[in-house]
Design a protein. Sequence first.
Lengths: 406, 248
Amino acid sequence: MMLHVKPILSSLMRNKTGPLLLLVQIMLSVAIVANASFIIIERLSLMQRDSGVEETQVFTFNLYAFDTDTDIDLDKQRQRDLAAIRRLPEVIDASTINMSPLGGGGSSSTFTVGESQETSQYAPEAPIFYSDEHLVNTLGVKLIEGRNFYADEVITSGGEAPTLVLVTQVFAQKTWGDESPLGQIIYMGEWGDYPVKVIGVIETLQGAWVDREMNDNSLIFNVPMNGAFHKYVVRSDLDNIASLKEIIPALLHQDEPNRVIKGFKTIAEYRQSAYRAHELMATVLGMMVILLLLITSLGLAGLVMFNVGRRTKQIGTRRALGATKGDIVRFFLVENYIICIIGGSLGAILALQLGEQLMQLYSLPILAPIYPLLTFLGLIVLTTIAVIVPAQKAAMISPATATRSV
Amino acid sequence: MLAMKNVSKIFKTDLVETHALRDFNLEVNEGEFVAVTGPSGSGKTTFLNIAGLLEGFTQGDYFLDGVNISNVSDNKSAAIRNEKIGFIFQGFNLISDLNLAENVEVPLRYRGFNAKERQRRVIEALEQVGLAARMKHLPSQLSGGQQQRVAIARALAGKPRFLLADEPTGNLDSLMARQVMALLENINQAGTTIIMVTHDGDLARRAQRNIQIVDGQVCDFSLYQGQDLSATKEAHQQVNIANKPVAV
């Protein structure tokens, strides 16, 4: 089977304008589609990261005891609130928390680690949760090494620094490598200040900021937040969450009506809000990719249809001279594959250049070469689909056309 | 070599049935130079298309080299056209984007010849028509007569059994027409059978045999050489009046 590349190439070189415009279109499409696809995949993989939390079962709400001049012992009241919530049959567990995972705002800090002041270094920045021994079960996170806090290890008297910490395995890996994190000391502030001992490792727990690299480095300290404002976290079966939104405020108001309870939101809802911008960008880019590919395939099909119309006599003559229908289909496929391969190759190079610029300008990860390659292969498939129908139409042109005055 | 027996070609639309050829009988022998003439719409081009396997026919049998090729497949037709038949068209039908060598090479590529063999045949064919020196030129850089000579070279390059020429001088001035006709005569003398459709009576008379098609039927006046043909022609026309297209 001969592909007749040389005469097709000669013919293209002698009629440059149309093919050149299409080539530029293909080149730009590959460059843009490869980078847009890369960003979409990046965003989707970000969105699919596991927070470590049973997101549909866990919800948080805020409690404001705004009248702080009363004699009420807020810490005791918090403990009474939690005991009452935990007694509810619908509740699996409950605790207080200083920030919602994926919530968008909260606490983070850097720490110091090392054997001595001289050898000390900073551990990676980490989101920090202040809570008690109930948080692990309430969030549904998995403890994979060591142990949880015991009830008597939780520091409830306000103002004291934590002494124990649960770390995520990402934080442990970044800080101590393959060394066991259990028993290691991290210092809050400079080396020697406020030592905190690692007693357990959590598989995964994300902090509040979905866009920050440190979000997987979370730590849980053995000090629940104290004061007039509390964020409670509750875990229950999905079916009971709606009713608990009514039951819990009524229950807590029985103890002390003079406070505001609001802001019920599941972690799944926080996820939705946190990734809304990513979702929007992925959707917009996805539509742009589809539109670009559609425009490119229409361009390809349009050029072939134009060429079929322009070359009716030529096709008839080729058929008269011995071309089979298959030869005619192959002729148009090869002609457009040539444009597609040249445009696609240039587009792949342009895509990598563009990726580098985007990386520098917007701190995006570097474009993996697989993206331009896959876009290029996709374009070959698209070319085949766009060209095959008009090419088959061309193949139906009768050889008798050669003798007609058209 | 070529024999058509009772070949009919009917074009049908929803309203009208047109008999382009009816009970068409013709035999052409190896090495003959046959001129086919006839008024416009008489069926000359339909005959040429059928003879060249460019279109099918409704009834009858067509034998080429003794083989009935009435019902061959599309791919087989293409192969027969490529190997056995050389076409010369009134409008030359050169591909404007390709140079002369590439134009002549077109049927050879479909034959599957390798590059060396193609090049040898292209040079040989272009030398035969006196245009080897201009093989890199585009058709638009040549005169009409030269373009037709390239078309003849393209037809000859595959060394066909016979040439089908459709008004080969129709688009040429008289000087060019004479040159092209002389070239065709030389080719015929070298042994290639030629069937030429023409309007030009002077050119037709230079052929060995002159066939007239009237209303889709053959009227071979060479059979009546030396006789008064007026009565025969009149009788033929009377027959054909009855064969006019009818509405159905």
